[in-house]
Ligand binder design. Structure first.
Ligand code: NAP
Length: 287
């Protein structure tokens, strides 16, 4: 049970966490902070937060657990602002989609409090943003990855682990580097492909007609291109090295398909599609 929870960034991820903890009766008071007062007022109205603070200092000063749920590009500033007001025994965690940049910024800003910081990433989300997008079941049976470091206090890790378990999440532990490599492949690259596809098609002369005939497969594949551009700009900048490598390898894969089509190489196409289908069917299920 967390008596007092501070959420900095009351958007999809922060709101859903608060709603899930409230539903599980695993939290006392939730205080929110963000830049936009209307969003925070909406949060109170919807029962996502119990009250909001107008400064980060006020938001965190009383808190047992502080969750930083802002875009990656805003993390450093938030760490810098909260450190002088946090209780020394409080636990600080984040939800950022890349961990290397967050950890180095937290290390640079938090000083001695860095041992109280538990880097985290829920592998759950939607293409929607803001407080109204939050819902209590978002983390149910979804994985949450924690990437604690050698100096991270064991009791802080335990608190964050329990917090996510109360939301129904399945806990995983990875190193920071491994997390960023795996997530670049499974999440960051697919978002780039969706953005690139929609951007490319919309630049074609007859794009209105093309989109008019878009069917289920196109909608499924491109849904994530409706995600928040600020968030994905920040993910690209935060996990650039791993992502660029994968984009380059993917370009080679596309080139291989283009070459097989140019050559009329039916066997090569069948082999490639067959292998991809059986991999997906066995790893993710035929759904
Ligand atoms: P979101 O819905 O846009 O929420 C972000 C919140 O942060 C907004 O409510 C915004 O409120 C606040 N914010 C932005 N800049 C701020 C600043 N400088 N200081 C204080 N508050 C600030 O985004 P989200 O999807 O919840 O993403 C939040 C974090 O979760 C990101 O780090 C993202 O990488 C990570 N994440 C996202 C997903 C996903 O699928 N969406 C999944 C896993 C992890 P104001 O504009 O009012 O300040």
């Amino acid at each position: 049970m967390i008596d007092r929870l501070a959420i900095i960034g009351v958007g999809l991820i922060g709101s859903s966490l608060s709603l899930a903890l409230k539903q599980a009766a695993a939290v006392g008071q939730v205080v929110g902070y963000g830049r936009n007062r209307q969003n925070l007022e909406k949060g109170v109205e919807l029962g996502v937060i119990d009250r909001y603070a107008t400064t980060i200092a006020d938001c965190v000063s009383d808190a047992d657990v502080i969750v930083v749920a802002v875009p990656l590009g805003a993390m450093r500033q938030v760490f810098g602002e909260l450190k002088s007001s946090v209780r020394l025994d409080a636990v600080i965690t984040d939800v950022g989609s890349a961990k290397g940049s967050v950890v180095s910024q937290a290390r640079a800003e938090l000083g001695d409090l860095f041992a109280r910081f538990v880097p985290g990433h829920p592998i759950a989300g939607t293409e929607k943003s803001g407080v109204e997008a939050g819902f209590a079941s978002l983390y149910q049976s979804r994985r949450v990855i924690l990437t604690p470091l050698q100096q991270t206090a064991a009791d802080a890790v335990e608190v964050v682990d329990q917090m996510w378990q109360h939301c129904g999440a399945i806990m995983e532990y990875l190193s920071v580097e491994h997390h960023d490599k795996v997530l670049a492949a499974t999440s960051h690259l697919p978002h780039m492909l969706a953005y690139a596809l929609v951007h490319h098609l919309s630049s074609l002369n007859d794009h209105e007609e093309i989109f008019r005939y878009a069917a289920g497969g196109f909608r499924d594949f491109t849904r994530i291109a409706s995600s928040d551009p600020v968030m994905w700009r920040d993910v690209c900048l935060a996990n650039g090295d791993a992502l660029v490598l994968l984009i380059e390898q993917y370009q080679q894969e596309l080139e291989r398909i283009a070459a097989a089509i140019r050559d009329g190489d039916a066997d090569e196409l069948l082999k490639l599609f067959g292998r991809a289908k059986s991999e997906r069917d066995s790893l993710i299920g035929n759904c």
